[in-house]
Design a protein around this ligand. Structure first.
Ligand code: FES
Length: 250
């Protein structure tokens, strides 16, 4: 993890309240793995904002971050203009396992703002010759993003809570439509991950937790989560945010 400044190249709203930022960087693009996140320090805010990495273009030294406007901090961030030097530190946390020897076919399952890290993961898995299919869930059609990008990786099913776009329901309703995968990788709200891990008990799975964090670097204990071993806890920001599905109690 390193403290750096990244120059904002482009910022745009790609779906309702969903902001995509492209930044110039020559360090994180070289070392970050899918599932890791960046902490952005904001002027006049004590706590940094953890933002997951949606994509990396190593050749051009460009990193893509995606976030949803959910309060003052992310609202401030959405107001940044191209050319701004953004104070960041990272990459933080662990990442999804990328061991190509273990799996041939994977299923990516994302909910809302949990979708972005799965795109970079999917790209890296596909580069290794792994077959990638995806199920992406959103509240409604106006929140849908990256459909075409995921389709470029493989079969993609879009699910919305209200049925205003794609299939009506939750990601858990769509899981049985795509059989025959060796492992699943999921990121989204805790309720979604709880239902999913219960439903997929017999499958190998990895989940990335989207909890509200404080310091983002393991120093404050705001993000502790109980593990399957009684009395044992892990820090999402430091030990995660990716865990084996059976490792933590949601
Ligand atoms: Fe401070 Fe995880 S956010 S320890």
């Amino acid at each position: 993890m390193r403290k750096i400044k990244m120059r904002l190249l482009q910022i745009r709203e790609i779906a309702k309240d969903t902001i995509e930022m492209k930044l110039e960087d020559d360090y994180i693009t070289k070392v970050a793995n899918p599932g890791q996140f960046i902490s952005i320090a904001l002027p006049n805010h004590t706590l940094p904002r953890p933002i997951s990495i949606a994509d990396i273009d190593r050749e051009n030294g460009e990193i893509t971050l995606l976030f949803k406007i959910m309060g003052k901090g992310t609202d401030t961030l959405a107001g940044f203009i191209p050319g701004t030097e953004v104070d960041c530190f990272g990459p933080n946390g662990n990442g999804f396992p990328l061991d190509s020897g273990q799996v041939d076919k994977v299923l990516l399952i994302g909910g809302g703002i949990g979708v972005p890290p799965l795109y970079y993961l999917g790209k890296r898995l596909e580069e290794q010759g792994i077959e990638v299919k995806s199920i992406l869930g959103f509240q409604s059609g106006k929140y849908v993003f990256y459909e075409k990008k995921f389709e470029s990786l493989g079969e993609t099913i879009i699910v919305t809570d209200d049925g205003s776009y794609g299939m009506k329901g939750f990601v858990t309703d769509a899981v049985n439509i795509i059989p025959g995968f060796d492992a699943y990788y999921a990121c989204g709200p805790t309720g979604m991950l709880r239902a999913l891990t219960e439903q997929m008990k017999n499958k190998t799975g990895y989940i990335s937790l989207e909890e509200r964090m404080g310091c983002t670097v393991g120093a404050c204990a705001a993000c502790v989560i109980p593990t399957a071993t009684e009395g044992s806890y892990k820090k999402i920001c430091h030990d995660g945010p990716v865990f084996a599905a059976e490792e933590v109690m949601l």
